[in-house]
Design a binder for this molecule. Structure first.
Ligand code: MN
Length: 291
């Protein structure tokens, strides 16, 4: 068992829907008391009025950067203490700070972005200006300008980056960005067609090929919203629980390669009968217990 730091990234500024900032503290309360955690650190955004103006394509940019810089430093510190940081979101914009901290430390990592969306817009292509639609592009340095100015290390290379479980990628520009970069895309359809095991094998092998390890960014909206409704931007026809847990088992199977993990986008204000809370808590407890 590894020594784990739980980092609560209490931020929902990356999306116009409120509530993802409340996720981490709820999940932390559900951690099984028999598990020993090195540290639980919660990072919060400054109390600001959310920028929601339609024509603003960089909503809450300044605060998100402030937040990610704090998160980044906290996680680098955790990694320097030889801990495995498990970051709880928060909307997915927090993965800019978490994953870049990890590659700052380890220099050469692959990344698996488990998500129904692409998160691969740039400020030129975003329809909404919600920054949680850009982090995967930012951490691979496809969106170069504004989101990673605090980072002085390497970026994730396109050839070791996998988008897993996608089914809601913006046309025509976001898909063009992904193809232009050469990111490996494994769609929900691919998972149904070829089987989850085969697709997990593929994803972990691409992310670990000639790298020192893997960062996994697990967005709960990859799971079908009928099973798991508690997310800010649900996308229908998702993967089922068995598939979600098979992916989880692959994280555990590859535990020697796993350097850092995010579990993001749990939004308690959108949850129904604690369905997503239960799933997210199970995933969190399994990771703590088995990594
Ligand atoms: Mn996402």
């Amino acid at each position: 068992m590894k020594n784990i730091d739980i980092i609560g990234a209490c931020c929902d500024l990356g999306v116009n829907i409120d509530g993802a900032n409340l996720g981490p503290e709820i999940l932390e309360k559900n951690i099984n008391k028999k598990y020993i955690i090195n540290n639980i650190i919660n990072i919060k955004t400054n109390k600001i009025q959310k920028e929601l103006q339609e024509n603003n394509n960089k909503k809450n940019l300044k605060e998100i950067n402030n937040f990610n810089f704090k998160l980044y430093n906290t996680i680098i510190n955790s990694l320097n203490n030889n801990m495995l940081p498990l970051t709880l979101g928060g909307d997915h914009s927090i993965a800019i700070g978490s994953s870049l901290a990890s590659i700052y430390k380890y220099k050469n990592l692959g990344i698996i972005w488990f998500d129904s969306h692409g998160d691969f817009n740039t400020f030129e292509t975003t329809n909404t200006g919600n920054i949680h639609g850009l982090p995967f592009a930012a951490v691979t340095n496809y969106e170069k300008k504004y989101l990673t100015t605090f980072h002085t290390g390497n970026f994730f290379s396109y050839k070791n980056a996998v988008l897993f479980g996608a089914r809601s990628i913006d046309e025509p520009y976001e898909i063009k960005n992904l193809k232009d970069a050469g990111i490996t895309i494994i769609t929900t359809e691919d998972i149904k067609k070829y089987g989850i095991e085969k697709m997990c094998e593929k994803a972990f092998s691409i992310a670990s090929n000639c790298t020192l390890g893997i960062h996994v960014s697990y967005d709960l909206d990859c799971i079908d919203p009928i099973i798991s409704p508690g997310v800010s931007v649900p996308a229908k026809n998702g993967i089922n629980l068995e598939e979600a847990y098979t992916f989880l088992n692959y994280i555990i199977k590859n535990k020697n390669k796993i350097k850092s993990i995010d579990l993001v986008e749990f939004n308690p204000l959108k949850d129904i009968n604690k369905k997503t809370e239960k799933i997210a808590s199970y995933i969190l407890n399994t990771l703590i217990n088995k990594l």
